[in-house]
Design a protein around this ligand. Structure first.
Ligand SMILES: Cc1cc2nc3c(=O)[nH]c(=O)nc-3n(C[C@H](O)[C@H](O)[C@H](O)COP(=O)(O)OP(=O)(O)OC[C@H]3O[C@@H](n4cnc5c(N)ncnc54)[C@H](O)[C@@H]3O)c2cc1C
Length: 336
């Protein structure tokens, strides 16, 4: 702890995804003593999500992530040394109407034993207020007041870090930072239906993950082939963005049947019995037009914003943005 941030006062971070938690941890490491992280969900992790049902667990959001810079690679190496991240050495292919092609690249990583593990480890000693959807931000007498959906308020914050998807951030900051709101509104995240399937028997497996082209599907992944997972035969199927958009309000049972049929066709097999299935609908899966701002910071009001949408999309973009947000905030304090 360097202690250089003793002037930081009380900080509220909205969003316990990788961006918000990275920013909060960095500020804590620099000496900020009073940080509360708010999230509308039951637990942290955001789109690094794990779905559990009937004893099965699935990575329902991001299937894996990769380093996109030397700093990101160093962070991943630290997480790996701490035992919360492991490389996934699965065989990844691309499936097109012309056939199958090996996809080289990586290394690819997952959190272990499930995707939420990384966020849970980042929470550490931070104060986390879950099941709290923040619907209003107001600056009153030099501090911030947060209003939650249930009518409660949290007052007296010197700084607010908004670390939620771009479109949601735009709505939240419309009154207090209209310029940021109009930029954030333009990021236009793509939706994604994720079908989670646990089978009674193993499937014949030519690959562990596949990017699918020219199809209702975008991704097929064998979740149970990842390191540290429980035994079983679990697959996750992502619908293509255009398909997900077109079928955004389609009944989940119809989405399930259509995607399961497409999976069977792509694998060229008769699927074994389904022990468990679930369709998760992501409204803001991946930003299509991310900004290249790193993060946003207004020293005058103490409002900061970060998230994948400020850098490029993806887990390590969110990490980079969280780091940048903390740096801007700390620089703003030093300049005062
Ligand atoms: C289906 C899918 C596939 C993906 N594929 C990949 C991939 O292959 N590789 C890759 O690197 N990335 C992938 N991603 C993207 C990756 O998951 C994200 O880029 C990254 O997790 C974003 O982190 P974040 O912290 O910016 O946002 P999030 O993880 O979305 O965190 C934001 C948090 O804010 C909370 N929140 C939102 N609004 C409010 C509010 N009003 N009040 C309180 N809390 C609020 C949410 O509950 C959430 O926990 C994928 C995502 C999905 C969904």
């Amino acid at each position: 702890m360097s202690g250089r941030a003793t002037g930081l006062g009380r900080i509220a971070v909205l969003g316990a995804g990788i961006a918000g938690l990275t920013c909060a941890r960095r500020l804590q490491a620099e000496g900020a003593a009073s940080i509360t992280v708010f999230d509308k969900a039951r637990g942290p992790a955001g789109r690094m999500a794990t779905h559990r049902g009937d004893g099965h667990s699935f990575d329902s959001g991001v299937p894996y992530f990769e380093a996109d810079s030397p700093d990101a690679a160093a962070a991943i190496a630290e997480w790996q040394a701490a035992g919360v991240v492991a490389p996934w050495n699965g065989r990844i292919v691309e499936l097109t109407s012309a056939g199958e092609r090996e996809v080289v690249g990586g290394p690819r990583y997952v959190a272990v034993p499930r995707m939420t593990a990384l966020a849970r480890s980042l929470v550490g000693s931070l104060r986390l207020a879950t099941r709290t959807r923040v619907v209003g931000l107001a600056r009153e007498a030099g501090t911030w007041t947060l209003s939650a959906e249930d009518g409660s308020q949290a007052k007296g914050f010197d700084h607010v870090v908004v670390a939620i998807p771009g479109e949601q951030a735009a709505e939240l900051v419309a009154e207090v930072a209209p310029e940021l709101a109009s930029q954030a509104m333009a990021v236009e995240s793509r939706p994604c239906h994720a079908l989670l399937l646990a089978f009674s028997e193993s499937l014949p497996r030519r690959f562990d993950g596949a990017f699918v082209r020219d199809s209702a599907l975008a991704w097929i992944g064998c979740d149970s082939s990842k390191p540290g997972r429980e035994p079983g035969e679990r697959w996750v199927v992502h619908a293509a963005p255009e398909w997900s958009l077109r079928h955004f309000d389609t009944d989940p049972e119809r989405v399930h049947l259509t995607l399961q049929r497409a999976l069977a066709e792509r694998l060229g097999v008769t699927l074994p019995g389904v022990e468990y299935s679930h369709v998760h609908r992501w409204k803001f899966a991946v930003p299509t037009a991310p900004l290249a701002i790193g993060a946003f910071h207004d020293p005058a009001s103490g409002l900061t914003a970060c998230g994948d949408w400020c850098v490029g999309g993806g887990v390590m973009a969110a990490w980079t943005s969280g780091q940048r947000a903390a740096e801007l905030l700390l620089a703003g304090i030093s300049a005062c």
